[in-house]
Write a protein that binds this ligand. Sequence first.
Ligand code: PXL
Length: 283
Amino acid sequence: MKRIISIQDLSCIGKCSQGVALPVLSAMGIECAVLPTALLSTHTAFDGFVSRDLTDCIRPILAHWKTMGLRFDAIYTGYLASEAQIDLVEEIFDDFGRAGNLFFVDPVMADNGSLYPGFSAAFPGKMRELCRLADIITPNVTEACLLTGLEYRTSHDEAFVRALLEGLLTLGAKTAIVTGIRTDTSHMGVAAMGTDGKLTLHYTDYIPAVFYGTGDLFASTCAGALTLGLPASDAISLAADQVVRTIRATTADPEAAWYGVNFEQTLPDLSARLREYLLKEEA
Ligand code: PXL
């Protein structure tokens, strides 16, 4: 069985981060080890959230793990609570990575043109360092702009998308994937580029609804699919289609919570779609 370590926060309320990664990766048949970076009463969209940075706990956890000789097939990072944690993650790459491992960095820090509450203006600069070490990075458009220095926009032509991806690749990641691309009013896109400079775009329907946790659902699904050996194009379409299916299910539920997508409802679809992709890969 493949084993991923998921390094991101645990928000008690609010469907995001470890609360999404653990069930999603489990439904994909992958063992998910969790390393919580912070414990939050709720995710940061709620007024008055309290947060405890867990950096001090992470060091002894890593020291214990080192005595066990643990290894992971993939190291997946999401919301990191402080710049110090980025240094720690770099150490984890050194200590627990092995040849052929996947280093998957979702540089969670911003959306809709702004940094999430609690992050300093210096944080994106530090996040660039982590992107340098990654095989794959999956920023949304806001995060990609903060990482590359390009000005944030809400509509995106091909020249802008290309400039974003090329800028991200100069940071050193081997493949850049940008979510939330809007080239027209009825579609949403995920754009990707590897070191060969070839741009690919996967389009899905645009559903006019905003939910938290969609980026985490995309990243967890994509990281899982790549860990299972699917090619990047399949990992992207599996993950992007899963996000759209889940937003649809959420908007159809009159009791859906505003603070997160109903990813629980669509986990059976994810397992079924994944099986189809894996069978196609074997054929
Ligand atoms: O979904 C990204 C995310 C992760 N973790 C925390 C957040 C958010 C987005 O708001 O607040 C704590």
